[in-house]
Design a protein around this ligand. Structure first.
Ligand code: FAD
Length: 469
């Protein structure tokens, strides 16, 4: 048990039940069931930057590992407690300090929920783009740390495309400022870019400056139904070639549709082999775009294209897409994949995933941000069935190998965390791992920042290709 200076002691969570809720995230259960919640860890709920500074001074002085934490929606075990660590939760740093229409920026604390930033921007006639399916819960600090993507990346990019400056508390307690609040700025190396996506391995983000754009038109939504996943993928490629790309392009296969409709009636057909959900928000041209997308998808083999008649119908479809994760989790234990492949290879990936599912005897509903080539196949297996769990982890590994063989990446938007550490090494190679470790050491010479993720000795990792637990 860590003893802190008095200023921080009152922020330590003492109730064991509450403490346990901060130990886990939304990543998969460990491969090895015996390796669950660690026996010794401390949870600190910071109230302000001074708390973060005090914790990082103390951690550096005592060599204690620190796991920075937002809303714990990490899909890759990036925010979960590890043995002997301090879990440093910063959700309470949730001030929206500035929304500035002239400069086109917002300045926010790391604990601001993604949807709340969007709402604050909208109130000023502005728009914040990054839109993870977890928008209602995940925090901007977590989004920055994972370089989160989401449903609108095809048109609006990922978090890195929006963040212009950061405040970051480093091990030892120094507050570092990166980037610019001006529209342009090229002084020195781009340390903001380095910190975005660093998964809490370099420091704790305590303030974020993001770009905001003028608000687009309310999006119009079309739902296209396909008789095969292959036809849907062909339509995705056609839509990518359009001069005015959709602002959202999501795919759901038959198993995903069944899961969502079993969860609630969100207006999806339960008997299609695949659907594409497509939107345009182009000012003054959304209706024309959606009509053209309909023609393109029909040409690629869509059986039916329906345009949502009103905002309510469109919102319901989007809500259905956002509850998909929860709906799939209702089917059993789940491993969520996040491979991103070149869009032209999506068909090969989808066929390969079906082959893995057949061969290993596990269900693999396929869905995701098709417009980016970023799919989230879910490997579903019955809880408590050890053999099925082994086969599910085997499928998890095979899907990553498949993604790499097609020129893709093992982490489209969720990051590496503790779950994919060995696959990170397989993708980038040992020299690159060494180089990145050396960069980490510049920020974190004692190696206390989230040491089990990305580069460290993650307990959930196995050798690439290994199908054992
Ligand atoms: C239902 C569901 C849907 C999802 N959909 C998407 C999606 O569409 N797109 C997408 O990209 N992701 C998605 N995710 C994954 C997840 O929401 C994102 O990774 C998100 O950015 C994590 O934010 P968080 O606040 O929950 O961070 P946490 O889970 O608490 O932490 C995530 C990582 O960031 C680090 N971190 C958190 N806060 C800080 C900080 N202030 N300073 C330094 N490091 C920090 C943690 O150490 C950890 O490594 C989804 C997850 C769920 C459960």
């Amino acid at each position: 048990m860590t003893t802190f200076p008095p200023s921080v002691q009152s922020r330590v969570v003492t109730d064991e039940d509450v403490k346990r809720t901060y130990a886990a995230d939304a990543g998969p259960a460990p491969r090895e069931p015996s390796r669950d919640v660690p026996s010794d860890y401390t949870v600190v709920r910071a109230r302000d930057v001074a708390d973060v500074v005090a914790v990082l001074e103390h951690a550096q002085a005592t060599g204690t590992p620190v796991v920075p934490q937002g809303a714990r929606t990490s899909r890759v075990g990036g925010a979960r407690a590890t043995e002997g660590c301090i879990v440093l939760n910063v959700e309470a740093l949730d001030a929206i300090e500035t929304v500035d229409p002239v400069e086109g920026i917002a300045v926010v604390g790391p604990g601001v929920v993604n949807a709340d930033l969007k709402t604050a921007a909208a109130a000023a006639g502005l728009f914040y783009g990054p839109d993870p399916a977890s928008t209602g819960t995940c925090t901007i600090g977590g989004n920055v740390a994972t370089n989160a993507g989401g449903l609108c990346c095809l048109k609006y990019g990922v978090t890195a495309d929006w963040v212009t400056a950061l405040d970051v508390v480093l091990p030892g307690g120094e507050v570092m400022r990166t980037g610019h609040r001006t529209a342009k700025g090229v002084t020195g190396l781009d340390l903001t870019g380095l910190l975005v996506g660093s998964e809490g391995t370099l420091g704790v983000v305590t303030r974020v400056v993001t770009r905001l754009l003028p608000a687009p038109d309310p999006a119009l939504t079309a739902l296209a139904t396909f008789g095969s996943l292959d036809d849907a993928v062909r339509a995705v490629v056609t839509l990518r070639l359009d001069r005015h790309r959709p602002s959202l392009l999501e795919i759901l296969d038959r198993a995903s549709l069944e899961a969502v409709q079993a969860f609630g009636d969100y207006g999806f057909p339960a008997d299609a082999d695949a659907v594409l959900l497509v939107q345009s928000d182009r000012p003054g041209h959304a209706a024309e775009d959606v009509a053209r997308y309909g023609e393109l998808m029909t040409g690629a083999g869509a059986l039916e294209v329906a345009v949502a008649e009103d905002r309510q119908e469109a919102d319901l479809l989007l809500q259905g897409r956002r509850v998909l994760s929860t709906a799939i989790e209702a089917l059993g234990s789940r491993l969520a994949e996040d491979v991103c492949v070149p869009v032209g290879r999506l068909g090969d990936y989808v066929r390969g995933a079906a082959e893995v599912s057949e061969r290993l005897g596990v269900r693999i509903p396929v869905s995701g941000h098709a417009g980016d080539g970023n799919l989230h196949p879910s490997i579903v297996y019955p809880p408590g069935d050890d053999d099925a769990r082994r086969r599910a982890w085997g499928a998890f590994d095979e899907l990553m190998r498949l993604g790499l063989s097609l020129g893709g990446t093992v982490a489209g938007e969720h990051g590496i965390g503790s779950v994919k550490r060995r696959w990170f090494a397989a993708e980038v190679g040992p020299r690159e791992v060494q180089r990145q470790r050396a960069i980490k050491a510049v920020f974190d010479p004692s190696g206390i920042m989230n040491p089990e993720v990305v580069f460290g000795g993650g307990r959930w990792a196995t050798r690439p290709g290994s199908t054992s637990t």
